[in-house]
Design a protein around this ligand. Structure first.
Ligand code: TYD
Length: 225
């Protein structure tokens, strides 16, 4: 009996693939999400695109708190996982179970990067929440968009002229440096899952790299089914 009442598909029931996009603010990841979804749709794959924080009506309310309200690092972390539990139960797991592929703009690697790297929370606390919420479930592939801090800062300032900056974006440079360091450490620790993308490349070059990766994922997915 699953005490969390969270419908986590077993490995056999999980049919679709789960892809995530990560990177510091201003790395430029989000512009590639819809392109990747289109690429997979053209190959006959059902794709669900989503994001964190957010992804559900409740998650969007939590997102608004996270981006705007002042709170302790512990509250921030707990809210992120509350939204994630809802996101998994309502969107991610049902989609994977029916064979759709899910592409999420950020997931738990962001919590390690921002709350552990950025805010200084100990990773063991995040790991407890991760295993409770995800029950061993992780993305199949994570694209980490890597860009020098100065480039990301410039991209943020262009975007913020129209949108304004949220609680995370307005953190000082050392915060973003720690987030980046933590992301790179995670990529090193999980080389089978992470693909590092040099986000200084042209959009065309990045798409070429992503297309090659998606072709490989599609091939092993089809060989298995
Ligand atoms: P995001 O939607 O990527 O920002 P944008 O609106 O600029 O596209 O994410 C919002 C912020 O939330 C981002 O600055 C990182 C932060 N965040 C965390 O701190 N921890 C997390 O676990 C997640 C998913 C996001």
């Amino acid at each position: 009996m699953d005490a969390t009442n969270n419908k986590v598909p077993t490995t056999r029931a999980r049919l679709g693939q789960f892809l995530t996009l990560e990177g510091i603010d201003g790395a430029g990841k989000s512009s590639h999400l819809n392109w990747a979804a289109g690429y997979l749709s053209d190959q006959g794959i059902e794709v669900v695109t989503t994001r964190e924080p957010g992804g559900t009506p409740l998650g969007d309310q939590i997102r608004s708190l996270l981006l705007n309200a002042s709170m302790t690092p512990a509250t921030e972390c707990l809210l992120l996982f509350a939204g994630r539990a809802e996101h998994l139960a309502e969107v991610i797991n049902p989609a994977l179970s029916r064979g759709a592929w899910v592409i999420s703009d950020r997931f738990t690697d962001a919590t390690y990067a921002y709350q552990c790297g950025g805010r200084g929370m100990v990773p063991e606390r995040i790991a407890v929440l991760e295993s409770w919420t995800q029950q061993g479930q992780h993305p199949n592939r994570t694209w980490l968009f890597d860009v020098p801090l100065a480039v990301a800062k410039q991209r943020r300032s262009i975007r913020n002229e129209t949108q304004g900056s949220d609680r995370f974006e307005s953190e000082p440079e050392p915060f973003h440096q720690r987030v980046q360091d933590q992301y790179l450490q995670r990529a090193q620790a999980h080389p089978e899952r992470f693909l590092l993308i040099d986000a200084r490349q042209s959009i065309q070059q990045i798409r070429q790299q992503l297309a090659m990766d998606l072709d490989g994922l599609l091939k092993s997915y089809r060989d298995r089914s």
